[in-house]
Design a protein around this ligand. Structure first.
Ligand code: PLP
Length: 406
C-alpha cells in the first residue's frame, strides 16, 4: 500500500479541525466512543489508521461503495486511462460512454427496464424515481417501509425514517411508512392515490431483515392491482452484494424502477442510475429537459461504472459471493448473535437493543471495521468486500471469535 500524506500532524489535530469546520457533533460522538480513527493507506479488502497504522478489514464498505475493494487495480487503471482521454463531458450533449453504460444496465435486467437516467448520488436517483412515478400515475402518495433510508435529498428523505426527516421539518403528508414484511399493512396503505411503493429488497439501515417468502411478490401484486409503481432501492443490495446481480432477481417479480448507486462508483468516481420501464421513461419524450444534472452520468463516472458492471455481472463472480458468504456462515456457528444473510449482505442480530453499538466497538478493536444499523441498534451490519478470498474470510472469522470469546 502507498501511504497517502495527511494534512494534519496527528489524530487530535485532525479531529480538532474536523470538529471546528466540518461537524462538531460527529467528532464529539467519535471521541466519546474512542473511535479516533482516520483513514490512511487503503488497498484491497482493508485500510490502515493514518496515525496508529492499525489495519482494518473493511466489513462495512460504505454500504457497498467498496464492493470491489479499495483502489481495485482494474478500476484505477480504467479511471487513469479515462483521465488521459476525457473529462466529465457535457450533460447537454449526447455521450457514447453514457449510452453504452445505459445499454449494459438495461441488459442486466433482461431488458425489462429499458431506460436509464444518471445521477451523482443515491438520494437524487431516488428523487427521480419518485418523480417519474408521480408523472406517470398523476398521483402524489408514496409508501415506504418503517426504518428505511433512501437518502438525504428532498423526496428521498421524506420517504425515510422520521429520525432523519423530522429535525429538518420534512414530514410530507403524501409520504407514509408501513412495517417491513407486513403485507396486510402494505395492502391497506396502497390506495388508488398511491403513485409508488419504495422498498429495499433487504433494508440495510433497519438491520438487514430478510424478506419473508412471498412478501416482495405480494407487494408487487398489490402495486399492480392498484395501479401504483414499484421502486426497488438497490443502492446497497445491488451489483452482486446478495449473490445475484440485483437482489430482486432472487424473487419472482419485476420492478417498475430500480435505483443503483454506491458500488457503481467503484469507490473512485461518484455515479448513480435510475433504471425504469419504457412507459415511465417516456416522460422524457415529451419533456426532454425537465430533469438535468450537470455531473450526473459524467463520462469519467460512466467509464468506471462500465468496468464495475463488467467485473460483477459474471456467473463465477456471483457464485463466489455466495460461496464466501456460506463459508462465513459456517464459521459463525456458536457466536452470540443470529445471522441474517443473503450472499455477503449480512446482519449480526444481538439479543438486546443497543448491543449492536457495543459489538461494533469490540469488532473495531479487533480490526474489523463495521457499523451498527442506525434504525435497529441491536444489529451490526457486516458487508465485507465481494472480492474477499477464503483465507481473508477466515481472518474475518478469527477476528469475530476474538471479539466474542466463548
Ligand atoms: C439504501 C440506500 N438508498 C439510498 C441511499 C442514498 O445514497 P447517497 O448517500 O449516495 O445519496 C443510501 C445511502 O446510504 C442507501 O443506503
Amino acid at each position: 500500500m502507498g501511504k497517502p500524506p495527511q494534512p494534519f500532524a496527528d489524530a487530535a489535530a485532525t479531529f480538532d479541525a474536523s470538529g471546528a469546520f466540518v461537524s462538531p457533533g460527529k467528532t464529539r460522538v467519535y471521541r466519546q466512543y474512542g473511535l479516533t480513527l482516520v483513514m490512511g493507506e487503503r488497498e484491497g479488502v482493508g485500510f490502515r489508521d493514518a496515525f496508529t497504522d492499525q489495519y482494518f478489514i473493511n466489513c462495512h464498505c460504505n454500504g457497498g461503495v467498496f464492493n470491489l475493494g479499495h483502489r481495485n487495480r482494474e478500476l484505477t487503471e480504467c479511471l487513469k486511462a479515462a483521465l488521459d482521454e476525457v473529462d466529465i463531458g457535457n450533460h447537454h450533449l449526447v455521450s457514447g460512454w453514457r449510452a453504452a453504460l445505459a445499454e449494459k444496465l438495461c441488459r442486466s435486467t433482461s431488458g425489462h427496464l429499458s431506460g436509464v437516467v444518471f445521477g451523482v448520488g443515491g438520494g437524487e436517483a431516488i428523487d427521480l424515481a419518485i418523480k417519474v412515478c408521480r408523472a406517470a400515475t398523476k398521483r402524489r402518495k408514496v409508501i415506504s417501509v418503517n426504518g428505511g433510508y433512501h437518502g438525504h435529498t428532498g423526496l428521498a428523505v421524506a420517504a425515510g425514517d422520521p429520525s432523519f426527516r423530522e429535525p429538518v421539518l420534512c414530514s410530507e403528508p403524501d409520504f407514509h411508512q408501513v412495517p417491513f414484511n407486513d403485507l396486510q399493512a402494505m395492502d391497506r396503505a396502497v390506495t388508488d392515490e398511491v403513485a409508488a411503493v419504495l422498498v429495499e429488497p433487504i433494508p440495510a439501515t433497519l438491520g438487514m431483515p430478510l424478506p419473508e417468502p412471498g412478501y416482495l411478490e405480494g407487494v408487487a401484486r398489490v402495486c399492480r392491482d392498484r395501479g401504483a409503481k414499484l421502486i426497488v432501492d438497490e443502492v446497497q443490495t445491488g451489483l452482486g452484494r446478495t449473490g445475484r446481480l440485483w437482489a430482486y432477481q432472487h424473487h419472482d417479480f419485476q420492478p417498475d424502477v430500480l435505483v443503483s448507486g454506491k458500488g457503481l462508483s467503484g469507490g473512485l468516481y461518484p455515479i448513480s442510475a435510475t433504471l425504469m420501464t419504457s412507459d415511465l421513461h417516456s416522460l422524457f419524450d415529451a419533456e426532454p429537459f425537465i430533469h438535468i444534472s450537470t455531473f450526473g452520468g459524467s463520462e469519467l463516472g460512466c467509464r468506471v461504472a462500465s468496468k464495475v458492471l463488467e467485473l460483477v455481472d459474471h456467473p463465477a463472480f456471483l457464485a463466489n459471493v455466495e460461496a464466501i458468504g456460506a463459508r462465513l456462515e459456517r464459521g459463525m456457528q456458536g457466536l452470540p448473535f443470529e445471522l441474517r444473510r443473503r450472499g455477503l449482505m449480512m446482519g449480526l442480530k444481538f439479543p438486546a437493543e443497543g448491543a449492536g453499538m457495543l459489538a461494533m466497538r469490540l469488532l473495531i478493536k479487533q480490526g474489523l471495521f463495521v457499523l451498527y444499523a442506525a434504525n435497529d441498534t441491536s444489529v451490526v451490519q457486516l458487508l465485507p468486500p465481494l472480492v474477499l478470498q477464503p483465507e481473508q474470510a477466515d481472518d474475518v472469522l478469527a477476528r469475530l471469535r476474538a471479539a466474542f470469546p466463548a
